[in-house]
Design a protein around this ligand. Structure first.
Ligand code: UTP
Length: 483
C-alpha cells in the first residue's frame, strides 16, 4: 500500500501538493483509493509534459520534405492491375479469416462530448429502421463473417474507466448480441490528469483527480496491459481489424484490406478517402522519408493543402478515417516493457473541477484545462511496411460525431439508407426515389443477411417491392420487416 508521507513528498517535489487539500475530509477507503490513484501517476513524465504541452505549445512544425501518399485504388476502380491485386488480396484475406487469424477491435473509450448522448456512444440507437445500437450493428457484421467462414472471430472492445461498467452492462442485458461471452473481451484504456493553465493537476472532487481517457492511441498499451494481446496470441490471431465506435458504415471485417496488409507484410495499414475539400477536417496521409505519416488538418499549411496536380486533383488528397489493420506482432513490439510512447497531443477543453477555496465543483463555460491524448495513427511512421487502401465515402464512412449538422446521427442515417438502397439497386431491386432522386423510403439490411453489395446480389429476390414512405427491413434470414 502506498504511504501518505511518500506521496506527500512526491507531490511537493512536483508542485502538486494542493491535491491533498481535502485529505482530512476523506474516510479511510477514500484515502486508500486516492493514494492508489496518485501512485499510478508518473510525476516526472507529467512535469515534462506540463513544460512542453501546457506552459508551451508543442512544436507543430511539419517536415520539409512532405510528399503525398498514394493509396491503392478502391474496389470498382478502372485500374485493371489494382483490381487484379484486389482479387488476389480478397482470396488471401478470406483464407486468413477462415484460419481464425483475424480479430475485430473497436475503440469505444471516447467521451463523445460533441454528441452529448447519455451513456456509451456504442449504445446509441443508430440505424434507420430497427434503430440498432452501434454495438449491435458491429456485432452482427462480425458474427456474419464468422458464420460465413465457420470460425470464431473474437471481438476486443476498448472502454474507458468512465464507460466500462455501462458498456459491459449493455452487452449482458442484450445477451452479448449473439456472441459467446468468452469471445468478447472488454478492457479499459489508460487515463491522464487534466491540467490547468498554471500547470496544476485538477481535482474532480475531494479524493478524486479529474482524469480523462488518454486518447485512442492509448489502445496499444491497453491491449498489452489488459492481456488482450496474450489472448490473441493464444487464439492464433495475427491481424487486428481496428475501427471506431462512431462509424456505422465501416466494414468491420474486410477481406481485401486484410489480404493486402498480409500480402505486403505490412505492420500497420489504413484506409484513405479522397478529401471532400482541401481543408476538410480529416488527417492527411503524407510520406516523409518513405514512411507514412498522418498530418492533422490543423497542422497542415493551407498552401500545401490547396496544392493541385496537373490534372487538377488535390496533391495531398488522401484523408485518414481511422480504419486500420494492425499486426499483433507490431503492437507487441511497440509495447514491449508495457508502454508505448506515441507523441502527446494537447487539447484545451472545459473540465469540471473542484475549487480549492470554496470546496465547490465548478462547471466552466470556457476551456479551462489541457487534456493530453495519444492518437493511434502516430504509430504509422513506426511501421516498416504500410498499405494504404482508398475506399469510397458513400460505402464506408459516415461518422456520428455531432448532435446536429454535418457528421451527426441525421446525416449518418441518410448515408446508411443511401448505401443500402444502392446495394439493392445494384442487385436489380427497384427503389422509390423522389423528384430530386433521393431515396423515398427508410431502408435497412441486416449484416447477417448480406454485408456487401455482392453478397446481397447473390441472395435477394429481385421482385421485392418497396413503396414510397415505407420502413423496409431485410432481416437476418431475408424476411421483410419494418412498417
Ligand atoms: P473522437 O476523436 O471522435 O473522440 O473519437 P470522442 O471522445 O469519441 O468524441 P468527442 O471528441 O468528445 O466529441 C474517435 C474514436 O476514438 C475513440 C472513440 O470512442 C471513437 O471511437 N476514443 C477516443 C477512444 O477509444 N479513447 C479516447 O481516449 C478517445
Amino acid at each position: 500500500m502506498p504511504e501518505l508521507n511518500d506521496i506527500r513528498k512526491t507531490l511537493e517535489q512536483h508542485g502538486q501538493e494542493h491535491l491533498l487539500s481535502f485529505w482530512d475530509d476523506l474516510n479511510e477507503d477514500q484515502q486508500q483509493s486516492f493514494l492508489q490513484q496518485l501512485e499510478a501517476i508518473d510525476f516526472d513524465e507529467l512535469d515534462e509534459l506540463i513544460e512542453s504541452h501546457v506552459r508551451h505549445e508543442p512544436d507543430k512544425s511539419i517536415p520539409d520534405d512532405l510528399q503525398p501518399a498514394d493509396p491503392i485504388p478502391p474496389v470498382g476502380s478502372d485500374d485493371e492491375s489494382a483490381m487484379a491485386l484486389h482479387e488476389q488480396a480478397r482470396k488471401k484475406g478470406l483464407e486468413l479469416i477462415a484460419e481464425g487469424k483475424v480479430a475485430a477491435f473497436v475503440v469505444a473509450g471516447g467521451q463523445g462530448t460533441r454528441l452529448g448522448y447519455e451513456g456509451p456512444k456504442g449504445c446509441l440507437p443508430a440505424t434507420p429502421v430497427v434503430q440498432k445500437p452501434l454495438f449491435r450493428l458491429f456485432a452482427e457484421q462480425i458474427r456474419a463473417a464468422a458464420l460465413r467462414h465457420r470460425v470464431t472471430i473474437p471481438w476486443y472492445i476498448m472502454t474507458s474507466p468512465t464507460n466500462d461498467t455501462a458498456t459491459q452492462a449493455h452487452f449482458r442485458q442484450n445477451d452479448f448480441w449473439g456472441f459467446s461471452p468468452k469471445d468478447v473481451m472488454f478492457f479499459r484504456q489508460g487515463t491522464m490528469p487534466a491540467i490547468d493553465r498554471d500547470g496544476k493537476v485538477l481535482l474532480a472532487r475531494p479524493g478524486r483527480l479529474a482524469l480523462s481517457p488518454d486518447g485512442h492511441g492509448g489502445c496499444l498499451t491497453a491491449m498489452r496491459n489488459s492481456g488482450a494481446l496474450d489472448d490473441m496470441a493464444r487464439r492464433g490471431v495475427e491481424y487486428i481489424s481496428y475501427f471506431q465506435v462512431d462509424n456505422p458504415l465501416v466494414h468491420a471485417i474486410d477481406p481485401v484490406f486484410i489480404g493486402l496488409h498480409a500480402m505486403q507484410n505490412a505492420q500497420m495499414s489504413a484506409k484513405a478517402l479522397p478529401k471532400r475539400e482541401p481543408m476538410e477536417k480529416v488527417g492527411n496521409f503524407c510520406k516523409v522519408d518513405g514512411k507514412v505519416h498522418v498530418i492533422e488538418y490543423s497542422d497542415m499549411p493551407e498552401e500545401l493543402a490547396r496544392q493541385c496536380t496537373s490534372d487538377g486533383r488535390l496533391r495531398f488528397n488522401a484523408g485518414s478515417i481511422a480504419i486500420h489493420i494492425l499486426s499483433r506482432s507490431f503492437v507487441e513490439q511497440l509495447t514491449e516493457g508495457g508502454r508505448c510512447r506515441l507523441p502527446w497531443h494537447r487539447a484545451e477543453k472545459k473540465v469540471n473541477f473542484l475549487d480549492l477555496q470554496s470546496g465547490q465543483t465548478v462547471q466552466p463555460t470556457e476551456p479551462n484545462a489541457v487534456k493530453l491524448e495519444m492518437f493511434v495513427f502516430d504509430a504509422m511512421p513506426l511501421a516498416d511496411q504500410t498499405v494504404l487502401l482508398e475506399t469510397r465515402r458513400t460505402e464506408e464512412f459516415s461518422p456520428i460525431k455531432n448532435a446536429e449538422g454535418p457528421d451527426s446521427l441525421t446525416t449518418s442515417l441518410h448515408d446508411q439508407v443511401r448505401r443500402w438502397a444502392r446495394w439493392l439497386e445494384q442487385a436489380g431491386v427497384s427503389i422509390p426515389r423522389d423528384a430530386d432522386g433521393q431515396v423515398a423510403a427508410a431502408i435497412e439490411i441486416s449484416p447477417l443477411y448480406a454485408d456487401s453489395a455482392d453478397e446481397l446480389a447473390n441472395k435477394v429476390d429481385k421482385s421485392i417491392s418497396i413503396s414510397p414512405g415505407q420502413n423496409f427491413y431485410l432481416g437476418s434470414r431475408g424476411q421483410i420487416g419494418g412498417s
